[in-house]
Design a protein around this ligand. Structure first.
Ligand code: FAQ
Length: 325
């Protein structure tokens, strides 16, 4: 498949499209859509797919070091799930007329974004629990909203992905509960990990609404149903209760409860750090891209073999059909 040539938008079709969005109709791949809607979806969905695939790396690092068979099996299954999520979302993106290889190449060339969170290192075993709890927890808050997105293939992928992410989050929290109720050293390891993952998890929701150039358009077209700040606030409210339940603390001296709104209000987020990581200068950006490039190069023979096999099957089918005629 090659990238489709943009078709000029016209006012009547745009009005009909916007009426469908207002009526909460699902937009499907063969429906007419404004080019800007298409390109915004390709941008966001491909970044999401890349995040899932790059997101396998921090946890994948610990598969060989899991301390029990049970934890190893859970971790293996989780990392495999994330790869599957990437594949669903790449498939969803292809329905917009873009070639997957083109998107993967953008990632390998360092031209595509993926979630900032995966550029932080996994330094201790507790990080595997913290990722399931906080990173999958944040992803669920965001993706439950996206399961109602106006673009059908993306929304349907999110429904399935959220079911799996819920398992991931629950195992992550159960993991942290076990450490927090374990020996003093285990509890300290859980706390140290929470200290490192807390702020990067809040950054996953993107910049404040006032600094989010894409949000207005995405909300107008029903892709985002809630803003970055609304989702971040929901995540904070849900998570602080869980932190307290296991007697840990978040590394935020300014955290306070606001009686009037019922919200937990955090201190300021370090946006300089966020943009540094997004622009490629986080602690693990080059390591992550290096690992993806290596995997891509080493997997070339698998792709070549799969293509050769598919061509052979097609040839055999053609010959069988010709013989039967
Ligand atoms: N990291 O105007 P906005 C997961 C960029 S999946 C990097 O607010 P938008 C599962 C943004 O792209 C995690 N870049 O952008 C898992 C834009 O740049 P551009 C991924 C970020 O699109 C768990 C610029 O900043 N989830 O974790 C980030 O309206 C465990 C301005 O921002 C998704 O991708 C960031 N955190 O809102 C896997 C969900 N935030 O393109 C493995 C789908 C912003 O203009 C293990 N995506 N940027 O150059 C979304 O919901 C949205 O795209 C946002 C950003 C909310 C991420």
């Amino acid at each position: 498949m090659t990238t489709q040539t943009p078709v000029a938008d016209d006012a009547a079709r745009l009005a009909a499209f916007e009426a469908r969005i207002a009526a909460d109709e699902s937009i499907e791949p063969k429906d007419w859509m404004p080019e800007r809607y298409r390109s915004q979806l390709i941008r966001m969905m491909s970044q999401h797919a890349h995040s899932e695939v790059v997101g396998m790396l921090p946890e994948g690092n610990w598969i060989t070091r899991a301390p029990s068979l049970r934890r190893k099996m859970i971790l293996l299954a989780k990392v495999q799930d994330e790869g599957g999520h990437g594949l669903y979302i790449y498939c969803g993106t292809e329905t917009l007329g873009v070639d997957r290889q083109e998107l993967v190449q953008q990632l390998l060339d360092g031209k595509a974004k993926y979630s900032s969170i995966f550029n932080y290192p996994t330094l201790s075993w507790a990080d595997i629990g913290a990722i399931g709890w906080l990173v999958d927890g944040a992803a669920i808050v965001n993706q439950t909203m996206l399961a109602k997105a106006s673009y059908g293939p993306y929304a349907r992928a999110m429904v399935r992905i959220c079911k799996e992410e819920n398992f991931h989050k629950k195992q992550g929290y159960e993991f942290m509960v076990t450490l927090a109720r374990g020996t003093p050293a285990q509890k300290a390891m859980a706390q140290e990990s929470l200290n490192r993952w807390w702020w990067p998890s809040l950054m996953m929701f993107g910049p404040h609404d006032a600094d989010s150039p894409n949000s207005d358009e995405l909300k107008k077209w029903g892709v985002k149903r809630k803003s970055n700040d609304e989702l971040r606030q929901r995540f904070v409210n849900l998570t602080i209760a869980q932190v307290k339940a296991i007697d840990l603390t978040v590394p935020d001296p300014d955290l306070r409860y606001d009686e009037a709104s019922g919200d937990w209000i955090t201190g300021p987020i370090d946006w300089d750090e966020f943009w540094r990581v997004v622009k490629g200068h986080g602690p693990c950006n080059s390591e992550r891209l290096g690992a993806r490039r290596k995997a891509h190069d080493e997997g070339r023979w698998v792709r070549d073999a799969a293509m050769a096999y598919a061509e052979k099957q097609q040839r055999n089918n053609r010959e069988t059909t010709e013989r039967q005629q």
